[in-house]
Design a protein around this ligand. Structure first.
Ligand code: PEP
Ligand code: MG
Length: 874
């Protein structure tokens, strides 16, 4: 018979799928002899059964009762017995940590009689009254689904609207508050609050199961690509109390600093408080270092346990603890979420400390997280003269500017319109999650470094300033004040999550500086990587950036981008408007020296590395003015009749330009364009060779459908190369149409390399316009009609199959054919893993994605060799 309940001492790290992260952490700590309050875990299988049927598995409740008896024996208390009551917490805990996304109920097992008795037993009736107040509030919200604001309003009123703290409330006041809570429950749910502890437990377990499919949990899973089918485990644990006076406390701490990676115990705690007070940010907690003075023995014991756990897991731990009347209890340990900078530093440090090897270090850093390191920071010069609005805690690194919004739904709506927004809240709660996803940064007035806002923003790699206490937010009136300045909804502010500073207006940003640890980790990645990484770069400046990020050449230089610069566009327009070949040649002659100059710059930067240059690709009308006024202006500048410009534009108009007169079709009809570009390329190559620069041009023909198209274009390129006496070069084709992939054997016979243009290949394989996809792809992804946006993450089943066919057929004609990819997917970690598996020689992506691709390619190589060695062992 399937077992659904495990005591903590029965579990271990191998049971993560069944017991979830929190459950295995508690089990491992129990086994390691750490002081863990006894309890048990209900498996994810029970949750899945509940999600499918709406009911507990038949045997579950009996198993729960049996486990509860065991906990009673361990603690010497009894559940539901006023004479010596056992109270429990009921918490979610999925396979992957989803901080704050699901529900928790504390102090469960109380009613009026039990609270009174607990007051007598502990000699602290105020504590007992507070514990019950908290329980009714949480249970009412989480299990009975009553709007939490109803309870908050009662609390707020009792505290004189901010005049007093929670801890100032007396026993009598707390009991009166509980009475009002019970009335709210009666009015809202139409039922009495359940007084039977067993009924409470059943309800709480079901509520945690249900929270797996709650909105924030679903949103979080979508963002983090966690499967919906895993389910959550439920941990039922005997309560210990951090709110039993000044010798009690509760806190959260990391074994190293999760923002910087520095090897110091890092965290915060609150005296006389329960766990949710720290996370909810209701009171601003104190740094963990102060615990050393306040409770030296507890601090020493905690530090030793933290070090032991870090060693045991060989990774940084994020731990929750409670001190009950001077006694330390561990409530949770899990792998700590960390900023990208911290991830890199910790991985490198741990290799130096002998805790992990280099390959493990390479696998420890999420490739997409590197993005954070590469993001701009504020220009210190701009900061020096900027008006500082507020100073909060540096909760999540990075800087961003945007318009102030107070409402998460509005953040989503404005972001969808392309606005940069900063979500400003008193404090965030899990139900604000969608607004945080949409915002560029988050700013809160309350809460500490482990508040919900801080933890969630760090996980997303989003700048966050938390606990900016001087902010006076009046969300209803649509404004906040700080430092005597009123900032209205819609005003622009700048948030620096690395320093905790908030500024009025938009500030200049600076390119990031990459530290030594970053380069060390990248070197280790390069040691195991087997696939090349190039960059898509169109200018010498881009090329330089690409080299700095470690690109081993250029995989795509889109020559048309060069035409958009400055007044070059006029010569280009003249060329397009030309009525005869001679006129066109005359216009092209003006563009040629400018293109050649750019190529010289790029070749010099890429000295010794290959540079792939693509001939003209986009539809010609993209270069022409749109409005009648602009058309008139152009006619005036070129000295031609306005009517001629208008008529020519009319003739170039296409119903479906993406599938129209573009790509190599331009060079086929106007071979003089290809010829000019070839002259610019090989003229530049000749000049650089003469200067002693090692030049390896790879000329690439776009949007090729047929062998004949390629042959015609390649003939021009080869003739011009010979004229310039350049012999070390290649002519290849892009594969961006399904037909090209299917006839790749014939193309491979004539082309010297392939580069998959997966942007167009996705468009043409799926029949989804690149330009119009945004209208329906988000709906498709939300409703799981597509797993991802196929223009970001390669559709492996369809487009990927064509990539495999293209490689196989191409190499059948030309063994060892060099094959790369230069669509956006070249910088997406999941797609890179696919390309590595498919046997591509290199991926090419934007310069900022180069480190991401290097790391992703290294990880793919490592997991491939892991699979291979598993295969050998079997
Ligand atoms: C592609 O289609 O994938 C490609 C790289 O070309 P572009 O995006 O310029 O069409
Ligand atoms: Mg393309």
């Amino acid at each position: 018979m399937t077992r659904f309940v495990y005591l903590f001492r029965e579990g271990d790290a191998t049971m993560r799928d069944l017991l979830g992260g929190k459950g295995t952490g508690l089990a491992e700590m129990t086994r390691a002899g750490a002081p863990v309050p006894p309890g048990f875990t209900i498996t994810t299988e029970a949750c899945n059964h509940y999600s499918d049927t709406g009911e507990f598995p038949t045997s579950l409740w009996d198993e729960v009762l049996a486990a509860l008896r065991d906990v009673e024996q361990d603690t010497g208390k009894r559940f539901g017995d006023p004479a010596n009551p056992l109270l429990v917490s009921v918490r979610s805990g999925a396979r992957f940590s989803m901080p704050g996304m699901m529900d928790t109920v504390l102090n469960l097992g109380m009613n009026e009689e039990i609270a009174a008795s607990l007051g007598r037993l502990t000699g602290d009736p105020r504590f007992a009254a507070d514990a019950r107040r908290r329980f009714v509030q949480l249970y009412g919200k989480v299990v009975l689904g009553i709007d939490g604001a109803r309870f908050e309003a009662v609390m707020d009123e009792a505290k004189g609207h901010g005049a007093r703290e929670d801890t100032d409330l007396t026993e009598t006041e707390l009991s009166a508050i509980t009475g009002r809570f019970l009335e709210i429950v009666r009015a809202e749910s139409g039922h009495e609050f359940p007084d039977d502890p067993f009924e409470q437990l059943r309800g709480a377990i079901a509520a945690v199961f249900r929270s797996w499919n709650g909105r924030r949990a679903v949103d979080y899973r979508r963002l983090n690509r966690i499967s919906d089918s895993l389910g959550t485990a439920v941990n039922v644990q005997s309560m210990v109390f951090g709110n039993m006076g000044d010798s009690s406390a509760t806190g959260v701490a990391f074994s190293r600093d999760p923002s910087t990676g520095e090897n110091v115990l890092y965290g915060e705690y609150l005296v006389n408080a329960q766990g949710e007070d720290v996370v909810a940010g209701i009171r601003t907690p104190r740094p963990i270092a102060e615990l050393e003075q306040e409770m030296p023995d507890v601090y020493r014991q905690f530090r030793a346990i933290a070090a032991g756990l870090e060693h045991h897991y060989a990774d940084v731990q994020d731990m929750e603890f409670t001190v009950e009347r001077g006694r330390l209890f561990m409530l949770q340990t899990r792998t700590a979420k960390r900023s990208a900078a911290a991830a890199v530093k910790i991985a490198v440090d741990m290799v130096h400390e002998g805790l992990i090897d280099r390959e493990t270090a390479v696998q420890r850093v999420e490739p997409s997280a590197l993005d954070q390191l590469l993001h701009p920071t504020l220009d210190p010069i701009a900061v020096a003269s900027a008006p500082l609005l507020a100073q909060g805690l540096p909760a999540s690194p990075g800087a961003a500017s945007g318009r102030v919004v107070f409402d998460p739904d509005e953040a989503v709506a404005l972001a969808a319109e392309g606005e940069d927004v900063i979500l400003v809240r008193q404090e965030t709660a899990p139900e604000d999650f969608h607004g945080m996803v949409a915002a560029r940064a988050v700013l809160t007035a309350r809460g500490g470094m482990t508040s919900h806002a801080a933890v969630v923003a760090r996980g997303m790699g989003k700048p966050c300033v938390a606990g900016a206490g001087s902010l006076r937010i009046d969300a209803a009136a649509g404004r906040f004040t700080a430092s005597g300045v009123t900032v209205a909804h819609g005003d622009v502010i700048t948030v620096d999550g690395s320093t905790g500073e908030v500024f009025a207006g938009r500030l200049e940003t600076r390119a990031p500086v990459l530290g030594e640890d970053f380069h060390t980790l990248m070197e280790w990645a390069d040691e195991v990587r087997r696939t090349g990484v190039r960059a898509n770069a169109d200018t010498p400046a881009d090329a330089e950036m690409a080299r700095r990020f470690g690109a081993e050449g250029i995989g795509l230089c889109r020559t048309e981008h060069m035409f958009f610069e400055g007044d070059r566009i006029d010569a280009m327009r003249e060329m397009i408007l030309a009525d005869s070949v001679d006129e066109r040649r005359a216009a092209l002659a003006k563009v040629e020296p400018l293109q050649r100059e750019d190529f010289v710059g790029i070749f010099r930067v890429m000295d010794g590395y290959p540079v792939t240059i693509r001939t003209l690709d986009p539809p010609l009308h993209e270069f022409l003015p749109r409005t009648p006024e602009e058309q008139l202006e152009l006619a005036r500048r070129l000295g031609v009749p306005a009517e001629r410009v208008r008529a020519r534009i009319e003739r170039l108009r296409e119903s479906n330009p993406m599938l129209g007169f573009r790509g190599c079709r331009l060079g086929i009809l106007y071979p003089e364009i290809t010829e000019m570009q070839a002259r610019a390329i090989f003229g530049a190559a000749r000049q650089c060779l003469d200067e002693g620069v090692a030049v390896h041009p790879e000329v690439m023909i776009p949007l090729v459908n047929t062998v004949e198209e390629f042959v015609r274009q390649a003939e021009i390129v080869r003739r011009v190369a010979a004229e310039h006496g350049v012999s070390d070069y290649l002519v290849g084709t892009m594969i961006e149409l399904p037909r090209a992939a299917l006839v790749a054997d014939r193309l491979g016979a004539v082309a010297e390399f392939f580069s998959f243009g997966t942007n167009d290949l996705t468009q043409t394989t799926m029949g989804i316009s690149r330009d119009d996809a945004a209208r329906f792809i988000p709906f498709y992804v939300e409703h799981k009609i597509l797993p991802e946006d196929p223009f970001q993450v390669l559709d492996q089943e369809g487009v990927g199959e064509l990539v495999k066919i293209g490689i196989e057929r191409g190499r059948s004609a030309r063994p060892g054919l060099k094959v790369g990819v230069c669509g956006e997917h070249g910088g997406d970690p999941a797609s890179v893993a696919f390309f590595v598996g498919a046997g591509l020689d290199y991926v090419s992506c934007s310069p900022f994605r180069v480190p991401v691709a290097r790391l992703a390619a290294a990880q793919a190589a490592l997991s491939a060799s892991g699979e291979a060695s598993k295969g050998l062992a079997a």
